[in-house]
Design a protein. Structure first.
Length: 255
């Protein structure tokens, strides 16, 4: 237990340092007391409800996650309206703390390589496990996104959380993705688990109700090729079916 608490404390310090370095390069996030306007919060809250996602505002000044919406039956008992980061980390699976830390270190280096005015175009996506209301660890997608206000002079970091529906394994992928939210493409991703453009196209057509034969005719390939693309997408994300894959990709922002 002592070792776990030490690991949590180390992760907390590392993430706080990464965020401090991030805001040093990105002025809109530098106000520690800023919370976005009520109309913007209401809009995002409604969006989270519609998409059945948990949504939090990250407040660097107080080290607190301000939750605007909690997905039913996920964390409503674990999280209150305001949660300190240290408690948030205690709800994370101990084996995932290092990955959470690496994700923040990665985004710090990514920001250094990009012009600051373009950062609102990107979202950071990765997975960790969180303890739900039943005290069970669930595979969860983390999605961080910057929102700006006041003529882009001030902004806030948003965190969207969504339990991975249809998971056939509960150990999260150790990939880190950067998504360009404008054109729904991967800017950065691991090579092993990234969904190819053709696989994404097959999943999209499947969601429109086309079967393998119809998709094959539309794409001028064989039925077997379409089945292979379906299987590959399901395998890469460790999900049970193409419907779950479609939900995952839409939550990521690439479909």
């Amino acid at each position: 237990m002592i070792n776990i608490e030490k690991q949590i404390a180390e992760t907390h310090r590392s993430v706080e340092l990464s965020y401090k370095n991030i805001i040093a390069r990105y002025a809109p996030l530098s106000d520690p007391h800023y919370l976005m306007s009520e109309p913007k919060r209401n809009f995002l809250q409604q969006l989270a409800r519609t998409n059945n996602q948990t949504l939090a505002l990250c407040n660097r000044g107080s080290g607190i996650y301000n939750f605007l919406h909690l997905r039913n039956n996920d964390y409503s008992q674990q999280f209150e309206e305001k949660v300190e980061m240290i408690r948030f980390l205690r709800l994370m699976h101990p084996d995932d703390l290092e990955h959470f830390q690496k994700a923040w270190q990665f985004v710090e280096s990514f920001i250094q390589s990009k012009h600051s005015t373009r950062l609102i175009n990107y979202a950071l996506v990765f997975e960790c496990r969180l303890k739900d209301d039943l005290e069970q660890y669930q595979r969860v997608m983390f999605k961080y996104k910057i929102i700006l206000e006041d003529n882009e002079k001030r902004g806030q970091l948003l965190l969207f959380l969504r339990s991975v529906d249809g998971a056939i394994r509960h150990i999260p992928h150790r990939e880190i993705y950067v998504i360009d939210v404008r054109n729904k493409t991967y800017v950065y991703s691991g090579k092993e688990n990234v969904i190819s453009n053709r696989e994404k196209e097959v999943i999209q057509l499947s969601q429109k109700g086309l079967d393998s034969k119809e998709i094959a005719q539309k794409l001028f390939v064989s039925d077997e090729t379409i089945r292979m693309h379906r299987k590959n997408a399901i395998r890469k994300l460790s999900l049970k079916d193409t419907g779950s894959v479609a939900c995952y990709l839409m939550d990521m922002g690439v479909m």
